[in-house]
Write a protein that binds this ligand. Sequence first.
Ligand code: PLP
Length: 457
Amino acid sequence: MTTSPLFYQAGPDMPEVSHGRGVFLWDTHGKEYLDGCSGAISCNLGHGREDIRDAMLAQLDRVAFTYRTQFENAPAVALAHALVEMTEGELEKVFFVSSGSEAVESALKLARQYFVARGESQRRHFVSLRPSYHGSTLGALGITGYEPLEAPFVDITTGSIKVPGPDFYRHRDANRDAHIRRVLDETRVRIEDAGGDTIIAIVVEPVGGASTGARLVNKTYLQGLRALCNEFGCLLIFDEVLCGVGRTGSWFAYQQWGVAPDLLTTAKGLGAGYYPVGALLAREAVVETVMASGGFQHGHTYAGNPLACATGLAAVEAIRREHLLDNVNARGHQLQQGLETLRSRYPWIGDVRGLGLLWGVELVMDPVEKTPFPAASNLFARVTSLAKEEGLLIYPRRTLNGLAGDHFLVSPPFIISESETTLLLERLARALDRLDREVVAPLLAELAASTANGITG
Ligand code: PLP
């Protein structure tokens, strides 16, 4: 067998994809997989959609690429209007990009340029959460709070002030209100330590992605962040690269709590996996200030090209036409109930959390102390490969130094039906049953034996 020249992180036994239809994918050996995580939470409308294919082909027949400084293009204008409408006019301006990392880079640079234009160039710090994930390029990585990804690059990224976010599962405060108060107090202290007038923006994912396993915020927390931004004169940025465009059952996740940001990033599901397209949305006042100062000193070659925007527009129109936000909520409810049932079956399922069709399942060795399994047991990888054997794709992350146990995301396409959701849960149940018998039980027995030997020896 020839060795592949690709060097992605992938096991040697990775199957080769043949084709996809709806929520299913098939490999070249004919094995079927239910896409329980929409690829990388990006194929939000399922595979093989003819409406999106037709829209892309129609655009290809007209023109695939034009450069944004040479031509206006109708799909870009229409998609920008659609995005503004999705925020109910809260954010009025749109800057297109081709990925989530590019959207985040654009947000960081627009925010910085805004303050430079206002004569506040002493503002040079971003505040972000640990854990969090904001992208793989150096700027986005700098505000990311995920140690394994940061480690090789900490000396060469600009970094950010990392503060804890809400953790409704692991916190040890008296109740949720006390927890939010403490988290906000700590954020305030860190901002004051740096100097309130040096902060550019606070950047938060309203619903976490893989780094946190779909951790949620709440209204009090977002209101608290908004109050801090108002007090210290900095901007509020929501990173909805993963949780935006309907994933949580509303167009944008922040709408569930009614606190709008100044800038918002989105990507992944915007092109529904058919073509890369992302966007930075911003308040008009921010954009006007930057444009009046000589323009935004930023841009990517493929940004806002006609084919990308025609694809994004077709995806958004499909969500509207097929009332898919209703399905996200209905199937999300079904998924939540099914995951809770599985949780009640296995003590090592510590937490099930999420919204809409974005659910995180966290695995812990000790459900009372919420102690993660030893990192070396690689539970996140074991559960993912067992699920794959059972014909189900899920999206995993390893345990994180006391901040989270091994966890995985369940986030199927918005088109998933009731019976397909039942099938997803059945395949997951089979994988978890095997995990219990083949991995967790022997591991716990081994750990108990070594503890006993330690005591007697
Ligand atoms: N921001 C968030 C919240 C994400 O989940 C991701 C990707 O997972 C990114 C940014 C980076 O997006 P991309 O991988 O498209 O560059």
